[in-house]
Ligand binder design. Structure first.
Ligand SMILES: C[S@@+](CC[C@H](N)C(=O)[O-])C[C@H]1O[C@@H](n2cnc3c(N)ncnc32)[C@H](O)[C@@H]1O
Length: 294
């Protein structure tokens, strides 16, 4: 399959959102003068995901400014795991980002590869913010669309890669998402995702998961749901990394932030118990196109 190199032009579908999706969109439309913006103000990398990695400092003696800087470094470091999971990306590759937030991941991936990049979000504020950022940076290959990642409106075989960065917990049906990605990806295309999920083998996992779901208005999946959905839609994982241990320092540090929200302890205890898991997965579409994957 050869890719056309012209900009992708598709009719933007009317944004069809369920009541739940509307509530999620309203929540993200409302997050404008928030902690994420504060962390990314100087770098122009505004993330809505958590951090990965260690912090080589005594939390007790850090100033709030140092805590913010360290949290932001961990957020940026998180994206490098996703870039690794995507595998080699060329300048003419096309990436779909499902749930692109305020473009922090988009900017880092685009700067790493120079590739075409289409982010979709259901938040009109985030979409406008990201478009303005791409224009200000002079990145015409970086485009953002107000669309549902479950029904992107892009033509079949448009993308070489798809990614989701901590967004799948807003999707009820992982099978539907993987089927849509299988449709828009070329054969052998890659889908990489970073997500927190929960371990179905831990009896009391929901004790941690229910209040986290409530806090973020999300619906966390079990680890197994991801792999079933991938397998049932023609994807084969080639890289699975459990970063639960590396996810913990971010939460321990956030507990020392004046911006802590109260959800920190749930993640700390959830990770310590093994109930919450942090996964970065790379998968390749191996099912022949047109045989159930379109
Ligand atoms: C936790 S934020 C992550 C944002 C971004 N990936 C990042 O790493 O900063 C979740 C994002 O998913 C988006 N989202 C949730 N449900 C969606 C859907 N059905 N279609 C497209 N975007 C969706 C939200 O608008 C928001 O941008």
């Amino acid at each position: 399959m050869t890719l056309t190199l012209e900009p992708i032009i598709t009719a933007a579908p009317d944004l069809q959102l369920s009541e739940y999706e509307q509530a999620v969109a309203r929540m993200y439309d409302g997050k404008q003068q928030d902690f994420n913006l504060l962390l990314g103000r100087d770098t122009q990398l505004v993330h809505h995901h958590f951090g990965i990695g260690s912090v080589d400092a005594n939390f007790e003696s850090m100033t709030q400014g140092e805590i913010n800087a360290a949290l932001h470094e961990l957020e940026n470091a998180q994206v490098s795991f996703l870039i690794d999971a995507l595998g080699p990306i060329g300048a003419e590759d096309r990436i779909l980002d499902g749930g692109s937030g305020r473009a922090g991941t988009a900017v880092l991936v685009h700067e790493a590869a120079g590739c075409w990049y289409d982010g979709v979000t259901i938040s009109s504020y985030q979409c406008e913010f990201s478009r303005a950022l791409a224009a200000a940076k002079g990145y015409p290959r970086l485009r953002f669309h107000l669309r549902n990642m479950l029904d992107t409106g892009f033509a079949a075989n448009t993308f070489t890669h798809a990614l989701t960065n901590e967004t799948t917990m807003y999707i009820d049906d992982m099978h539907a998402l993987c089927a849509e990605f299988a449709r828009v990806l070329v054969h052998s295309g890659r889908y990489a995702f970073a997500t927190w999920c929960y371990d179905e083998l831990v009896d009391d996992a929901r004790k941690y998961i229910d209040p986290i779901d409530e806090h973020y208005l999300c619906r966390m999946h079990t680890r197994g749901e991801y792999f079933r959905a991938l397998s049932d839609t023609g994807f084969v994982p080639y890289s699975v990394v459990d970063l639960s241990r590396e996810a913990l320092p971010y939460w321990l540090l956030r507990n020392h932030s004046e911006h802590r929200t109260g959800v920190e302890d749930l993640f700390v205890r959830g990770y310590e118990r093994g109930a919450v898991r942090y996964l970065v997965v790379g998968a390749q579409l191996v099912a022949p196109k047109g045989s159930g994957s379109q």
